[in-house]
Design a protein around this ligand. Sequence first.
Ligand code: CA
Length: 231
Amino acid sequence: MDSESQLTSSPKLILCVEDEKRILENNRKVFSDSGFNVLTAENLKEARAHLADYEPDAIVLDIMLPDGLGLDLLRELREGGSKIPVIMLTAWGEPDDIARGLDAGANDYLSKPFEYSVLLSRVKAMFRNVEQLPEILNLGGLQLKLMSREALIAGEPLGLSPKEYDLLQFFVQNRDRSMSAAYVYEAVWGQPMTGDAQALRSAVSRLRKKLQGSGYTITSEYGGGYRFERG
Ligand code: CA
């Protein structure tokens, strides 16, 4: 299996639990329009029935439901060892609900009324946080060991500094993509570039030398950007 196929996955299944029909329908639509599979439940009983039959990849959980509290379902899940990412939907101005929900193991929350696009972004962010990267990325002769943060060509360590490794991993994960210097700097250094491109230029230059023989290179793009690609 190549690294490309390790990074793609089948459609994720979202369970939306909500008793307000209009919100439930909008939740369902925003996820299904984005290619997710969706289960809906209007109360705890229906939610539990779905959970007996399916293993959703995430739950969008309303707190106040006709037959009880979403928090109770959340506690049951966590007590049963489930790590399904859960985002709670709380009524506006209920800080106690938010605190109780996070204490009970919710990964995130949104207060009603909310923008459906924000709900979608938050759920995608939860997936990014829980998704396990493969331990090793193989790109032909170039190999990245993500746990030990090592890069090797044909089994030989490249001897990268920690920052060079961070930069290389970022390039590998964004390969074949044109990126501005400022974008790369901000992602790898964790702060705005503020005009000092020298650190990035130096690191790229060192990486280029160390990548010789790997089958990959960092191409300079018109306007000062970079692209990591075969070459
Ligand atoms: Ca409700």
